[in-house]
Design a protein around this ligand. Structure first.
Ligand code: OAD
Length: 229
């Protein structure tokens, strides 16, 4: 059985109305990454960080999966292949579309995490610095999001899947953030074919055997249809 690993980034959810990070008008042009997406920023101003992720959570709850998310579900269900989606996205649109083999390497807005005891529970729509951990009672609750300077989740499982992949597909990610950005090289070293689907060229010459340029909502369903025929 062939094995396909799909890496997704903010571009896959852009047409669901969720902002990307580094595009013109992206989130990192409006917010200081160091203030809202690092453990140090959280220690300094937890209210600001919660406000930022509460807004992201509200946007994600109000959004729905688009044709790209649905096409990846079709791929998982219909391909004669084992498909794993590794997403950098903290929205839950892949699972709401129906993807079942999914790793959220940067965490998810639907989760809460106690910074003191490590307990995890479903996040309420809005979190605040005074929320208490339901397990240990400490007022140190945070979104279950991987911040800069922290280790992404399930890296062992991701590296294992990439090492065994026949095809690696990168969709809607700028390739600026490691370790996610390095997965394509791992896949190439393991002998996988590599494909990039993105609205714009990401200027990573030599890393992808094939590049499809276009909006994810059109390019991903188009590629999946072609793959399945
Ligand atoms: P970026 O904002 O860095 O990149 C988004 C990519 O999506 C760009 O390459 C765009 O060209 C592409 N894009 C935009 N709209 C698209 C569309 N409609 N169809 C296809 N492609 C489109 O977002 P990521 O690469 O996901 O991490 O960023 C990686 C990580 O950086 C995020 O997970 C987040 C961020 O800081 C953390 O917060 C830890």
């Amino acid at each position: 059985m062939k094995r396909i690993v799909i890496l997704t980034g903010a571009g896959v959810s852009a047409e669901s109305g969720l902002g990307t990070f580094r595009d013109k008008d992206g989130l990192w042009t409006k917010y200081d990454l160091a203030e809202v997406a690092t453990p140090e920023g959280f220690a300094q101003n937890p209210g600001l960080v919660h406000d930022f992720y509460n807004a992201r959570r509200a946007n994600a709850l109000d959004a729905g999966p688009n044709a790209a998310h649905h096409a990846l579900v079709r791929l998982e269900r219909e391909a004669q292949a084992e498909v794993l989606v590794v997403t950098q996205n903290v929205d839950d649109l892949h699972e709401r579309a129906g993807t079942t083999r999914l790793i959220h390497m940067h965490g998810c807005l639907t989760g809460a995490l106690c910074a003191s005891c490590g307990h995890r529970w479903p996040a309420p729509r809005a979190m605040s610095p005074t929320d208490l951990c339901p397990s240990c009672g400490a007022a140190t609750t945070r979104p279950d999001i991987v911040w800069f300077g922290e280790m992404p989740y399930q890296m062992d499982a991701i590296y294992e899947a990439v090492a065994g992949a026949d095809l690696f597909v990168s969709i809607g990610t700028s390739g600026e953030v490691y370790p996610a950005a390095g997965l394509v090289e791992e896949a190439r070293m393991a002998g996988a074919e590599t494909l990039e689907i993105n609205l714009e060229p990401t200027n990573r010459p030599g890393l992808f055997d094939e590049v499809i340029q276009g909006p994810a909502s059109e390019a991903v369903p188009g590629w999946v249809s072609a793959y399945l025929t």
